[in-house]
Design a protein around this ligand. Structure first.
Ligand code: TXA
Ligand code: MG
Length: 346
């Protein structure tokens, strides 16, 4: 099919083809402040089914419903805990996704067959204008299933050109990792996926929040709680080994030893390393993910770095770990999953 590309900077009127596509049951890839989303009318089960076909996404992996005002929350969710409204007024729009009981009008196609629904209000003017002009939008990340999420327009074009009605080019996304997801359907809030809204900030609002091991990415997700997270995620096609150490010098030594072992088998290797440590490696392709002193910068480069592994045509990659502080928790969750839990620790 023909895909129209719209430049987001051009203003509201230029969004009309995208708005019309959503209203007609079509698919639109659009920028958010986290990653690009692949959206369809959240209430149109046929349109939502097409998202899954295009992405190759398993139908039991639920999508996030994106809204543009707090009023729309009651169109998609029921039994919202009253105290949650106070928090949502403070954190929305933003990278904060809540799991609630779904309203009967939200089709099961949107929620992966579940009676609960994920909802967020994105903090990107284009996403908000698109929703305001059309409907609440169901959107997973705009990548082919299992691949790193798209944070740059060329990632979206690579994965979806010719497969969707409209792609809106909003340039590079701001955070580079997907939203923080919290489940509010139980007695205590549970962190399902760490994101740009950090655990430190979350604890101020919800001191009793539960953080299961799978939220850190140190084991497979509990399929009952975090259905979509049990699938292979974020991964390059080639194997990635993650090296985790608190001491950076020791980590570089361990990574170098690993690289020597791979190279002695004749393998070509890429290293995802920081601007402080990349200079320590030789005989490998270097993928500089940014400074250890700027974890927000590392998050922004993360998915592009993982995609680079495949572009470089190497046989395998070694990735350095980062401290689980602030957005570092989200970075490590994604890296551990991208490595398929293939992790070497000091
Ligand atoms: O930042 C983001 O959240 C981006 C942008 C586009 O908004 N979206 C995104 O969507 O990351 P996606 O589909 O790649 O991740 C959504 C995840 C699913 O994998 C699933 O695990 C979880 O949200 N989820 C959705 N509905 C759920 C539900 N009812 N119960 C538990 N988890 C749910
Ligand atoms: Mg995704």
């Amino acid at each position: 099919m023909e895909t129209i590309i719209i430049r987001a900077a051009s203003g509201k009127r230029e969004l009309e083809p995208a708005i019309n596509a959503i209203l007609r049951g079509g698919l639109v890839a659009f920028p958010t402040e986290t990653v690009y989303g692949l959206g369809a009318d959240a209430f149109n089960s046929t349109a939502v089914r097409r998202i899954y076909e295009v992405k190759g996404r398993p139908s039991d992996n639920p999508s996030i419903v994106h809204i543009a005002s707090l009023d729309q929350l009651s169109d998609v969710a029921i039994d919202v805990p009253p105290h949650l409204y106070d928090v949502l007024r403070k954190v929305w729009p933003g990278p904060f996704t809540v799991i609630l009981r779904k309203s009967p009008t939200v089709p099961l196609e949107t929620t992966g067959g579940r009676e609960t629904v994920a909802v967020r209000m994105p903090a990107h003017p284009v996403a908000l204008d698109l929703i305001r002009g059309s409907r609440p939008i169901a959107a997973p990340s705009a990548n082919l299933s299992g691949r790193p999420s798209p944070t740059r327009i060329d990632h979206v074009i690579h994965d979806l050109m010719g497969k969707v009605d409209v792609i809106i080019d909003g340039g590079d996304t701001y955070f580079g990792v997907e939203s923080t997801i919290i489940d509010f359907t139980g007695r205590r809030p549970i962190l399902l996926r760490p994101g740009p809204f950090t655990l430190e900030e979350l604890r101020k609002f919800f001191p009793d929040i539960e953080v299961p091991e799978f939220a850190r990415g140190i084991r497979e997700a509990d399929a009952a709680l975090a259905p979509g997270m049990k699938y292979r995620h974020y991964a390059p096609l080639k194997p990635v080994t993650l090296v985790e150490c608190n001491d950076v010098d020791y980590m570089v030594k361990l990574a170098s030893k690993l690289i020597d072992e791979f190279r002695s088998k004749g393998m070509r290797i890429a290293v995802i390393c920081s601007s402080e440590t990349c200079g320590s490696y030789s005989g490998v392709e270097l993928i500089n993910i940014g400074s250890r002193n700027d974890l927000y910068g590392v998050a922004r480069q993360l998915f592009d770095s993982l995609r680079r592994v495949d572009e470089l045509g190497v046989d395998a990659a070694v990735a350095e770990g980062f401290p689980e502080i602030g957005i570092g928790l989200a970075i490590m969750n994604r890296l551990r999953k991208a490595s398929g839990f293939n992790i070497v620790r000091c």
